[in-house]
Design a protein around this ligand. Structure first.
Ligand SMILES: [Zn+2]
Length: 379
């Protein structure tokens, strides 16, 4: 479960914009990588705080988060995407929020750092590429939420590989060139072509590793899938994509959701539809039926005199909303089964009944037509 953004920053839900900024600045300085070199936990906290601030400092994103929680950003569907799916990389953080905590450290704001020319002051970190997989889910799994274990072939740093500082750029990842123009001396920075901006190059390359010191390895990744996901949604498992060389950060594993067709339930948003067939006798006499739903069996009562086409709405027996607010309904469509053949005896019975007054159709206002029912269903 993802940690609450307010909790990460240590503030209450009603915090003002100024309080949010202040809280973030405090966390950013506490977990700043310059202060916590090679401390993975601090780096995680630093990133988490930045992610929380990115959302809570933006009125629009904050409103969505307050209403829907993390679900507002994590999936491509639902809210028109536009999300920021968590897990910012260090570059994003320094370029977006550098000014907030920059003052506390040498680099940051550009100030007086002679080299690197104010480009955020820190070395760029290379990010590994993302991996994409599809996961097929049954309606039952979607209704209840599920953990799926998938085998992923990802690039990881090979055992025994080592990296050294790039000599071309001295580890900055940038090449600075000074040219004399008619306007005076101009300084331009470009990405180092030797290391591709990583600031590091491979030193020892073990057998079987590629030019970046990476090797493909098979790994089993557990993916927690929340209830209510929809076909086409994309979930993200941070850091389970390909690793990057040197001190780069791993890419993400992007999980596309697919929905398997169900044998007898049809999904429509969070609602489910079920076609129930009953006999003439059951329709006339009334009955009680058991229905298999995505969360177990449900028994429903069918009143005597029920009409074919009636829809029984079982509240809350559908799919939970991905936002965590409520559940859809199960709509049971009653179909009265007309016998396709009759014995001699049955035939004479129905012939007799044809003349009976209560066998002649006489719909009341309350026996809505099919079209009115459909209209109701969507309202
Ligand atoms: Zn270089």
């Amino acid at each position: 479960m993802k940690q609450d953004y307010y909790e990460i920053l240590g503030i209450s839900k009603g915090a003002s914009a100024a309080e949010i900024k202040k809280a973030y600045r405090k966390k950013a300085i506490q977990y700043h990588p310059d202060k916590n070199p090679d401390d993975k936990e601090a780096e995680e906290m630093f990133k988490k705080a930045a992610e929380a601030y990115e959302v809570l400092s933006d009125d629009n994103k904050k409103a969505r988060y307050d209403q829907y929680g993390h679900a507002a950003f994590e999936n491509g569907g639902g809210f028109g995407g536009g999300g920021f799916g968590g897990g910012m990389n260090m570059d994003d953080i320094f370029s977006q929020f550098g000014d907030i905590f920059g003052g506390a450290f040498g680099g940051g704001g550009g100030g007086f750092s002679g080299f690197g020319g104010g480009g955020g002051g820190r070395q760029r970190r290379v990010k590994g590429s993302n991996l994409r997989i599809r996961v097929k889910l049954t309606l039952e799994e979607i209704a209840n939420g599920v953990e799926k274990k998938v085998k992923v072939r990802r690039k990881v740093q090979a055992a025994g590989v080592s990296y050294k500082t790039c000599e071309t750029c001295n580890g900055s990842g940038q090449m600075t060139r000074i040219t004399n123009t008619i306007l005076g001396r101009m300084q331009t920075s470009t990405t180092c072509s030797t290391c591709g901006g990583a600031g590091q190059v491979i030193d020892k390359r073990p057998a079987g590793a590629d030019g970046q010191g990476l090797k493909v390895a098979e790994e089993t990744v557990a993916i927690k899938i929340p209830a209510g996901v929809v076909e086409g949604m994309q979930l993200k498992v941070s850091g389970k994509g390909n690793e990057a060389p040197g001190n780069g950060i791993a890419g993400d594993l992007l999980v596309a959701i697919e929905e398997k067709e169900h044998d007898f339930l049809k999904r429509e948003g969070d609602n489910l539809h079920y076609d129930l067939y009953i006999s003439f006798s059951e329709a006339a006499l009334g009955s009680s039926k058991e229905i298999d739903t995505v969360t177990g069996k449900v028994r429903i009562k069918i009143d005597s005199g029920v009409q074919s086409g009636k829809i029984l709405r079982l509240r809350g027996k559908g799919i939970p909303s991905i936002n965590g607010y409520g559940k859809g309904d199960l709509l049971v469509h009653i179909n009265v089964w007309t016998p396709k053949t009759l014995t001699k005896e049955q035939r004479s019975f129905f012939e007799k009944m044809a003349e009976e007054e209560n066998f002649i159709p006489n719909p009341e206002k309350s026996d809505k037509s099919f079209f009115e029912k459909v209209k109701d269903m969507f309202s």
